[in-house]
Design a protein around this ligand. Structure first.
Ligand code: SAM
Length: 282
């Protein structure tokens, strides 16, 4: 497909820059120029983006409060053969942004939905964090109140995958204090602030050191931020009573090899260490 070919009756999910306008793709420009209408969170905000690229096109507001109502209107346009683009204020629509209900509605009606990929703050931050990316979990926005935030963090205390959050830099000191309290001061944390913008800062350290660094530099509490927390590190030789209990249940139902593979996967421990224990259980 050439970069400028537009399909009729298609909803395009178009990523836009998260700061640096140079990050828009040629395909995004082509699609935004050619579709019949652009659904966006804030028509004035998107208007500024469009005028930066001399795109003159109609916009239609679609935000959390009117998405259900708009989904029928947009589906009707698509059924008539029109093409529609969905953008959010920044980055990839639907990623902590509106659009899920619309996309689900269109897919349920058998209408085409096609991505025009581009910037996403979570992925941009992850790509520079220096933490494992083979498996990670995106947790969206952390709660703004400390109590709820600590509950969220406590539920993730044993998560072994790298964890990616959106958070406001103005709360960063409090958030890091909660991380220290719930996950421990040694936990490695990355702050990716103002990505692709003039004051882009990517800083990583133990939670304790990061807390100190943030407390000394009020400039770090401005703008937009992605927070990445290293997954819980499991000592491959430490087999807790909980693992033994799970292994016992699995061994009762499955061959030892299979039981060990499942338990090892759940708890992030070595299969071989479990195998010796499993053999004593049969
Ligand atoms: N859909 C967007 C995406 O694909 O990244 C995210 C939208 S969400 C409403 C906005 C949050 O994304 C911000 O509060 C911040 O946590 C993060 N974010 C957006 N732009 C950023 C940037 N340039 N640098 C760091 N974080 C950013």
């Amino acid at each position: 497909m050439s970069s400028s070919q537009l399909n009729a009756s298609t909803l395009y999910i178009v990523a836009t820059p998260i700061g640096n306008l140079g990050d828009i793709s040629q395909r995004a420009i082509d699609i935004l120029t050619q579709v019949d209408v652009i659904a966006c969170e804030d028509t004035r905000h998107t208007g500024r983006l469009l005028s930066a690229f001399s795109i003159k096109n109609k916009t239609l507001s679609l935000h959390d409060h009117n998405e259900r109502q708009r989904q029928d209107q947009i589906a009707d346009l698509l059924k008539e053969g029109k093409s529609v683009a969905l953008v959010s204020d920044a980055g990839t629509p639907l990623i902590s942004d509106p659009g899920f209900h619309l996309v689900r509605h269109c897919r349920q009606l058998g209408l085409s939905v096609s991505p025009i990929p581009g910037a996403c703050a979570a992925i941009a931050a992850l790509s520079c964090a220096g933490l494992p990316t083979d498996r990670f979990t995106f947790e969206g926005f952390l709660p703004s109140k400390s109590g709820a935030r600590k509950t969220t963090l406590a539920a993730l205390a044993n998560e072994t995958r790298t964890m990616v959050f959106y958070d406001a830099p103005r709360r960063a000191i409090d958030t890091i204090a909660d991380i220290i309290e719930v996950l421990g001061g040694d936990r490695y944390v990355v702050i990716a602030r103002e990505l692709t913008k003039t004051f882009e800062t990517i800083h990583s350290d133990s939670a304790t050191n990061l807390h100190q660094w943030l407390s000394q530099d009020p400039n770090q509490l401005k703008g937009e931020m992605v927070l990445i927390i290293e997954g819980h590190k499991v000592d491959p030789n430490a087999i807790s009573p909980k693992i033994i209990e799970t292994l016992k249940l699995l061994v009762a139902e499955l061959p030892p090899k299979k039981a060990c593979a499942i338990a090892a996967n759940i708890y992030g421990v070595k299969k071989n260490t479990l195998y010796d224990i499993a053999l004593t259980m049969k």
